[in-house]
Design a binder for this molecule. Structure first.
Ligand SMILES: *Cc1c(COP(=O)(O)O)cnc(C)c1O
Length: 425
């Protein structure tokens, strides 16, 4: 099917209104000094998404540089272990095989091309684990743009290899020491830089969050994940999946996978949040299941906050999910009942990671492993999930395999005592 940007209007949440609202979430909550830049971005992106030459340039790099379309792989051994009574067949959308090892490159390249189109000559980005920093530094090397990446000093300490990668790619990594010196502080610092240097600089935000139009830009750039999956599944099975599931940090790979299916009533949509030490412990990163409405990083959405509206630090062994908010479209879809929301603890994710690696020879990122760990719960309908799946063996599951896990081998060693699922030993 032809990729169109507006063929998914089914619920009022499929697209934001002209002010960037997805239901009661989204919008623009930014300092006055940033409003001209945001308005410029709204207009420039509005034109770019309808410009065939711009889209063709993205398509060209997606194919020749990123390696798209990424494969859709049926994990049969893994499905035997996972599907339980449903007998579901499980298809992995292999974003781990995209250049730099995760879906983040899709957004980084698109926004770097947008930077050029805006006539700007400098890129900034924030990064937590370093994955978005590496993707942006990569796109900037390709397009010959100077790149500054803001990264919490704590994260720089924890993610040495990615810092070295960014340096090798020619990016400057600026340590952020304010607050807790982690991702949310890096976003604040990047926004400060943007305000100061808005004439020359585009801020390449790394997930489907932040002020309008970022949630829309990032979704549009990531939705080829779901568009490709739908086409690939149609080729091999002649139909759409019954369930599509992805892990959620800020929400870019999830909305990228799910956007195509929002308007398809036969496709159930699910996400897996990071439950860290467990939802009941308060030490988690589950902004939908454990958060409340509030304003974070320029938009209204669900977030972790205390009674005074102060941000509560997120906790997850997975650096890419360790964020106290979630993108507004996913918040709206969840609130509207279109999205089933599951979670997995650090230990459950590690067990899923070990299982997938041993059964399929594919090492998933710890982030991705949360979606894998949550899948049996969704199929079994436990922990408040709807369940009710048919068990005639004709259930097709599409799982967004957001990235590769080489970066997480040290974390894996830390959880040495966690066994893989029984059947994989
Ligand atoms: C960054 C990252 C995520 C989480 O970010 P989203 O914006 O929620 O997709 C998930 N998986 C991998 C592999 C990542 O690098």
């Amino acid at each position: 099917m032809a990729r169109t940007l507006e063929n998914d209007i089914f619920t009022s949440y499929a697209l934001p209104d002209e002010r960037g609202n997805f239901g009661r979430f989204g919008g623009t909550f930014a300092p006055e000094t940033l409003m001209p830049a945001i308005q410029e971005l709204v207009e420039a992106y509005g034109a770019a998404r309808r410009d065939e030459a711009f889209q063709a340039e993205i398509d060209r790099l997606a194919a020749s540089y990123v390696g798209r379309p990424t494969p859709l792989y049926e994990a049969t051994r893994f499905a035997e272990e996972t599907s339980g009574a449903t007998g579901a067949r499980i298809f992995l959308k292999r974003e781990d095989l995209a250049h730099t090892g995760a879906h983040k490159i899709n957004n980084a390249i698109g926004q770097s091309l947008l930077t050029r189109r805006l006539g700007k000559t400098r890129v900034i980005a924030e990064t937590g684990a370093g994955q978005h920093g590496v993707a942006t530094a990569t796109a900037c090397a390709l397009l010959d743009l100077p790149c500054v990446v803001y990264m919490g000093a704590e994260d720089i300490e924890r993610q040495g290899p990615n810092v070295l990668r960014m340096h090798a790619l020619g990016a400057e990594v600026r340590p952020v020491t304010s607050g807790t010196a982690t991702l949310k502080d890096a976003v604040n610092e990047a926004m400060r830089d943007w305000v100061t240097n808005v004439e020359t600089t585009h801020y390449v935000l790394g997930s489907a969050m932040g002020p309008h139009p970022y949630p829309t830009i990032v979704r549009d750039l990531q939705r080829r994940i779901g568009d490709e999956s739908a086409a690939q599944l149609r080729t091999v099975e002649g139909r759409l999946p019954d369930l599509a599931i992805a892990c959620v940090g800020g929400g870019s790979n999830a909305i990228g996978l799910l956007a195509r299916f929002i308007g398809e009533p036969t496709v159930r949509l699910a996400v897996a949040e990071a439950a860290g030490d467990g939802l009941a412990t308060g030490r988690h990163a589950a902004a939908i299941l454990g958060g409340t409405p509030g304003i974070l990083h320029g938009a209204r959405s669900l977030m972790l906050q205390d009674v005074d509206g102060q941000v509560i630090e997120a906790h997850s062994a997975s650096a890419g999910l360790d964020y106290p908010g979630v993108g507004p479209q996913l918040a709206a879809l969840a609130e509207g009942g279109r999205l089933e929301v599951a979670s997995a603890t650090d230990r459950e994710a590690v067990a899923a990671m070990k299982t997938t690696t041993r059964m399929e020879g594919i090492l998933p990122a710890l982030e991705t492993s949360h979606a894998i760990a949550a899948l049996p719960k969704i199929l079994a309908g436990v922990e408040g999930l709807a369940g009710g799946w048919p068990s005639d063996g004709d259930l097709l599951v599409l799982l967004g395999f957001s990235g590769r896990g080489d970066k997480d081998l040290a974390a894996l060693a830390r959880f040495d005592d966690v066994p893989p699922w029984a059947g994989s030993q």
